[in-house]
Write a protein that binds this ligand. Structure first.
Ligand code: KIV
Ligand code: ZN
Length: 511
């Protein structure tokens, strides 16, 4: 019989620590709902002590999610544990994940604490967390550079204090599979009562080995993997959920364990996270990249046509690729629209939101003959973008681009309800649009990234634009979708400005 491998998703916490990936409460909730549908065991929804906004988002997720455990991160101190305990309180199943650094360099230079004090703080934190929930996880931050004897000691103490999950993080992405597997094996062998807890691994991707290291830990007894959708996360990211899940599923002969993940929800989850955070997925990314199942060479195509398994170890449809299923058309009614949204797991919280989304769907159906699942997802995301912190809103625009002439753009938009006109020239229509907007808004923000993705195929497809802006140390991503990519660009720019102007400040969880 195969063991159960628990999937702990930290897209909403460690993933959110990627530059510009910070999410609003509504965005986090949408991702949390998709993670629940995907079947993850634990959703690390945030770091409650980081800001009141983060605590509020965790609380809302805890109120909503029924089939996954909802978790908050907390440093090993009273304030953090109280904040985490309060935030997860409404959860059907709630966890507190407390951590403290255990490596000599972190203890001495960062915490300025003696090892004895670190053990004491860890034990105290676990005991306090147990007053809120019996599901307490302890992590030894920078375990990769921690001394083995010290890890054994602190894990022994926190298990005695009542921790149920022991997480071993490679915080800086420094390990290699053979060493990481060996570390997990030794810990399980040496820590007393190791069979009473779930051993977990949490790997970062600085050397490109987060997934390989996590899997090595699984081969040596870890039964929880901490990971993120699309491998989103600090610096080079975290171990990618989809790769872990499909590796253990495809190679059961090697791993002898499986998850309860509904793999057909992987691609929708990947798309949702990419859309919301503005982090595109590279085409050659395993499982969720656009080319992951594309066979280009004639020999491969011939082989696959004759017998699929000649070159395919997984089936595209098993991970949620569904060749742009036609969903709705111009004549579809409000009920069909509502039913389709529910099927896609999209919940609009008011009749008004549904009416606005339906009106937008009708507009889109006028421009685009066939509407696919992906179009609906983008349309609703776009609606979500428009309703949050909506200081600026595009009303209309006109762009002229002609060979031999300087492109220019004219826009009409609202600024806190007041109508504004903007005009500008640029090296291309998008440049002219951004310059026109800036000439009126004067945000002074620096454009860090501009990218366009087509949502479905075909020249009538909607383009989804991501704009990343930086202003006074804050980095935000804005998105916009439209069949006209210049309009999508204007929407994305205004969306990013709306985020910059929103009052929501989010602290970096590990500062
Ligand atoms: O990378 C890390 O060490 C972490 C801990 C908080 C688990 O994210
Ligand atoms: Zn981490």
């Amino acid at each position: 019989m195969n063991d159960r491998l628990f999937i702990f998703d930290t897209t909403l916490r460690d993933g959110e620590q990627s530059p510009g990936a910070s999410m609003t409460k509504e965005e986090k909730l949408r991702i949390a709902r998709q993670l629940e549908k995907l079947g993850v065991d634990v959703i690390e929804a945030g770091f409650a002590a980081a800001s009141p906004g983060d605590a509020d988002a965790i609380r809302t997720i805890a109120e909503t999610i029924q089939n996954s455990t909802v978790c908050s991160l907390a440093r090993a101190n009273e304030r953090d544990i109280h904040a985490a305990g309060g935030a997860i309180k409404p959860a059907k199943s709630g966890r507190i994940h407390t951590f403290i650094a255990t490596s000599p360099i972190h203890m001495e230079k960062k915490l300025r604490m003696q090892p004895d004090q670190v053990v004491e703080a860890a034990v105290k934190a676990v005991k306090l967390a147990l007053e809120y929930t019996d599901d307490v996880e302890f992590s030894a931050e920078d375990a990769v550079r921690s001394e083995m004897d010290f890890l054994v000691r602190i894990f022994d103490e926190v298990i005695k204090a009542g921790a149920r999950t022991i997480n071993v993080p490679d915080t800086v992405g420094y390990s290699i599979p053979a060493l990481w597997g060996e570390r997990m094996k030794q810990l399980i062998e040496r820590v007393p009562n190791s069979d009473k807890v779930i051993w977990s691994t949490h790997c970062h991707n600085d050397l490109g080995m987060a997934v390989a290291n996590s899997l090595a830990a699984v081969m040596n007894g870890a039964r929880q993997v901490e990971c993120t959708i699309n491998g989103l996360g600090e610096r080079a990211g975290n171990a990618s959920l989809e790769e872990i899940v499909m590796a253990v599923r495809t190679r059961k002969d090697v791993f002898h364990c499986d998850t309860r993940i509904d793999a057909t929800q992987i691609v929708p989850a990947s798309k949702l996270v990419s859309t919301i955070t503005g982090y595109p997925v590279q085409p050659n990314k395993a499982i969720v990249g656009a080319n992951a199942f594309a066979h280009e060479s004639g020999i491969h195509q011939d082989g696959v046509l004759k017998h699929r398994e000649t070159y395919e170890i997984m089936r595209a449809e098993d991970v949620g690729w569904n060749a742009n299923r036609l969903t709705l058309g111009k004549l579809s009614g409000r009920n069909a629209f509502k039913t389709k949204l529910a099927e896609l797991g999209i919940v609009l919280d008011s009749e008004e939101a549904l009416n606005t989304a339906f009106a937008r769907f009708k507009d889109l159906a006028d421009k685009k003959r066939e509407i696919f699942d992906e179009d609906l997802q983008a349309l609703v995301s776009d609606e979500g973008y428009a309703t949050e912190h909506e200081r600026f809103k595009l009303l209309s625009m006109k762009v002229c681009s002609e060979t031999g002439e300087v492109p220019h753009a004219q826009l009409v938009f609202t600024d806190d309800g007041a109508e504004k006109q903007a005009a500008g020239e640029g090296s291309g229509p998008v440049d002219a649009t951004f310059k026109a907007l800036e000439s009126v808004v004067n945000s002074g923000a620096t454009l860090l990234l501009y990218s366009v993705n087509n949502i479905t195929s075909g020249t009538d497809a909607q383009g989804e634009v991501t704009v990343r802006l930086a202003q006074d140390g804050r980095v935000v991503n804005g998105q916009g979708a439209d069949t006209d990519i210049v309009v999508a660009s204007a929407k994305a720019y205004l969306h990013a400005l709306n985020k910059l102007h929103s009052k929501r400040e989010r602290a970096h969880p590990q500062v």
